[in-house]
Design a protein around this ligand. Structure first.
Ligand code: SIN
Length: 320
């Protein structure tokens, strides 16, 4: 029987980063080493299966943008559609990994696994974490029954829906909040502790078609995030509304509560047709809705993920 292929898509990040000195884990440039070179430098990957690599982009993920997301979604969908491809692994910077993971899960909901992985130390580091993370990602990609978009870092597997970067420096930089991790990778073996992200079959194809028909280069719906804090004012919301914003996500305090000045400005924006959502700026927990709420909550999504959900919803409604 022909062995199944795993496709590794490179997008850059610290995992592909390089510094002048092996002891420098800070003063490096992300996205310097091609995915083919990264893979070749890890001999143990050869045992992980029949690999195929493709460079989709080469960037520091702080600079991730919509055209790159579109290209990545298209290349991922392309490879997943091939019978001989078992899974897609994406190497990515840690900084916006949770956004890309959520975006891919939203538009593809794949029935095969799509595994994002990363590193907190550059490839040039004395003790880089990238190779082990990539090996772990391949163990997840090859696991029977794996499906959906997940992220693997420091031996922990997170669902795209829950994953969040929670530490700016530690190797184990991600967390799944109240939901907890999906699995652990231990010496190449997966210990599953909860269900894989759901797949949506035909609905996913419709979402992908919707995105694909959104021409590259065309502006995506304008959705911005505003934060509630002590002394918040109406100014950011008023400026954004004047600039033509279509959606606003408010990162509220605690249970999505808003400073009264910010709330008044958001209600005003909502009354003029801007779509508004309330998320929580807390790292854990979610906004628990009340019958009296006048601004919809983000249904458990963090502000950055709620923004993506709102953009996709606006795209879908503008095509109706
Ligand atoms: C990036 O997100 O591309 C740089 C930082 C990292 O990967 O840790």
């Amino acid at each position: 029987m022909q062995s199944k292929k795993i496709v590794i898509l490179g997008t850059g990040g610290t995992i592909a980063g390089r510094a002048d000195s092996a002891s420098d884990n800070l003063g490096y440039s992300a996205a310097q080493i091609g995915i083919d070179q990264l893979v070749q430098a890890i001999p143990a990957l050869a045992a992980a299966g029949d690999l195929l690599v493709e460079q989709v982009c080469q960037l520091d993920s702080k600079d991730m943008d919509f055209d790159v997301w579109l290209r990545l979604a298209e290349r991922t969908a392309h490879w997943l559609a091939q019978d001989q491809v078992q899974a897609v692994v994406v190497t990515h910077g840690t900084d916006t990994l949770e956004e890309t993971a959520y975006f891919l899960q939203s538009v593809l909901s794949p029935s095969k696994p799509v595994v994002l992985t990363c590193a907190m130390r550059p490839a040039s580091s004395l003790l880089t974490d990238g190779p082990q993370n990539l090996l772990d990602a391949l163990a997840v990609a090859g696991h029977p029954g794996a499906q959906g978009v997940v992220a693997v870092c420091a031996g922990v597997v997170h669902s795209a829906l829950d994953v969040q970067k929670v530490h700016s420096y530690r190797l184990d930089a991600f967390d799944s909040g109240d939901a907890g991790p999906l699995a652990y990778v231990e010496e190449g073996q997966l210990r599953l502790v909860r269900n894989w992200p759901e797949t949506q079959g035909g609905r996913a194809q419709a979402a992908m078609n919707n995105i694909a028909s959104w021409a590259v280069g065309k502006a995506w719906p304008s959705v911005e995030i505003v934060m509630s804090h002590a002394g918040a004012s109406a100014a950011p919301v008023e400026a954004l509304v004047s600039a033509g914003v279509q959606g606003l996500v408010a990162a509220g305090t605690g249970n999505g509560t808003l400073h009264h000045r910010l709330e008044a400005a958001l209600l005003q924006a909502q009354a003029t047709g801007v779509r508004v959502l309330r998320a929580s700026r807390c790292a854990n927990g979610r906004v628990l809705p009340k019958a009296t709420d006048v601004i919809a909550d983000s249904e458990g999504l963090s502000p950055v993920k709620a923004r993506i959900a709102l953009m996709l919803a606006l795209m879908a409604s503008s095509k109706a």
